[in-house]
Design a protein around this ligand. Sequence first.
Ligand code: AMP
Length: 290
Amino acid sequence: MPTGADAPPTARAIRVVRTRAELREALSSAPRPIGLVPTMGWLHAGHRALIERARAENATAIVSIFVNPKQFGDPSDLARYPRNEARDVEICQESGADLVFAPDVAEVYPPGFDTTVRVGAIAEPLEGAARPGHFDGVATVVAILFNLVGAERAYFGQKDAQQLLVIRHMARDLAIPTDVIAHPTVRDPDGLALSSRNVHLAADERAAAPVLRRALLAARGAWEGGERSGGTLRRIMSDVLAREPLANPEYVSVSDAETLREVDRVEGPALLSLAVRFGKTRLIDNELLP
Ligand code: AMP
């Protein structure tokens, strides 16, 4: 990026708002349709792709940056979540966003806040089982963001496949008229899905982490070769993970892509998904079949 005197004039200056009132005021003159990209900051090329898509498909592109305490079960996980707002705002600007909403916790959850949005069965397995309360926090904050912004569209990454389904369900059940749009997972060249958490990986863990992708692709390859047994596909993924000593699998799943119920046989669209720990860092990834 050129800087200083070499920098070309920027097309539009980005605006950062922090309160509900400032957001409302900024939105009152924003051209429609509006595209929203909810994030927790520490933005990377995966977020960039969502923002660029929101930019391309809408007249106004808004990014929210909010590390949502309600979706963290473990206080140390929240405390060590990486943050760098100045850099995030730069990335938002480069990716074409018009507006950043970066509220503090009391602005999102004012004193006396006492409502939880809980989505049912789709939020229970996988990440829901591994991280109790996580999706309550996600659904609650996204419902608030959807109501505050009133966007026509909101963009989410396929990397968090269950989150996407939970949010779709929430928006439908609560009659929130924001279209929930999925965007493909952005990866490093070695296949590791980009994640704000990758920064915590030690060098040897980072080198080992693409094993998630290899496990998913091994199962996909078997499925493409005609294998339909859920048990066999799970075993193929577990075997690949077992060959990487730094990888501690938390779950290895082959589920129905809509209900996320584990399947014995893959007969329709299915989701292969993994959660694996490397030291203290927990990574997830998934692959949709077909
Ligand atoms: P986060 O900041 O981790 O809460 O993520 C904000 C949004 O970016 C969510 O919709 C994520 O699914 C999405 N996202 C995170 N990582 C990626 C990635 N590697 N590719 C595409 N989308 C992503």
